[in-house]
Design a protein around this ligand. Structure first.
Ligand code: GLU
Length: 276
């Protein structure tokens, strides 16, 4: 593979923890092994939860760990024009419609389906499949109204570099995709897909918790005009319990704390990789 570009894309909604270190070690390790470049993207699309203080701390911890990007970081909060332009591409294809459903509305509309699954003792609730409530309402856009993109019921196939051949059905999984929410925030799915396309990312390395997002991102990228999707590698996660991944609130795994306790960068990276 030539001219490989990957990215490390943390959301600045908390401090760096061992889960991020696993991802960073995989991103830099796999990309460098292929002679590629790593971009750093601050995924601060959610303005409610993102904080500059976390961003600064993440950058500082990454530098301490020795993970150096090949270009200055970009912030999603400063890429509004790029997302608006991408949205126009979808609009011109007649794929965008306004939607004022809240998450609670969607959950309510799905209640019979969820009740059925719960009855069959499914350990985790399925992700919310948007049932298309607003698809043909012709609702006007405006404050307090979100935007969705129509997805066709296609099958998306890709070869994960670790897990092998994958087949996903995005429309059945999630329904029409929310691109901007009712508070006027671009969504993760949309912003990340646009950025991966516009930044020329050819290798996406991330945790297996995002595996289900990949088919819809491939489909969305195609609608945005991307002919060849990136390659994907989904790596294992550090689990707190068999069904619960590590989160930012798990304080004992924060890089700040480990640094203060005298750990070296090499020890932190080794510890993180030993936990997966
Ligand atoms: N911002 C996402 C996260 O922190 C990563 C998204 C991605 O790699 O696609 O989990």
């Amino acid at each position: 593979m030539r001219g490989i570009i990957s990215r490390f894309a943390p959301a600045p909604t908390g401090y760096l923890h061992l889960g991020h270190v696993v991802n960073a070690a995989q991103v830099w390790g796999e990309t460098r092994a292929r002679g590629g470049r790593v971009l750093l993207r601050i995924e601060d699309h959610d303005r409610r939860r993102s904080r500059r203080e976390f961003e600064a701390a993440i950058l500082e911890d990454l530098a301490w760990l020795g993970f150096e990007a090949d270009a200055p970081p970009v912030r999603q909060s400063e890429r509004d024009d790029i997302y608006t332009h991408a949205l126009d591409t979808l609009r011109r294809q007649g794929l965008v419609y306004a939607c004022d459903c809240s998450r609670a509305d969607v959950a309510q509309a799905l209640r019979p389906a969820i009740a059925e699954l719960t009855f069959h003792a499914t350990p985790q609730l399925p992700e919310l499949h948007y049932p298309g409530t607003c698809a043909n309402r012709g609702l006007a856009e405006g404050p307090g109204v979100g935007l969705r993109v129509r997805l066709a019921p296609l099958v998306e196939r890709f070869d994960d570099l670790r897990l092998g051949p994958q087949e996903q059905h995005p429309f059945e999984q999630c329904g029409d995709l929310l691109v901007r929410d009712r508070d006027n925030h671009w969504t993760y799915q949309f912003a990340a897909t646009v950025d991966d396309h516009v930044q020329g990312v050819t290798l996406v390395i991330r945790g297996v918790d995002l595996l289900a997002s990949t088919g819809r991102q491939i489909q969305l990228a195609r609608l945005l005009g991307r002919a060849d999707p990136p390659s994907f590698l989904h790596h294992p996660l550090i689990m707190k319990t068999p069904s619960q991944k590590l989160s930012k609130s798990d304080r004992d795994t924060g890089i700040r704390e480990l640094r203060a306790a005298g750990w070296t960068p090499a020890e932190v990276i080794e510890r993180a990789l030993a936990l997966i």
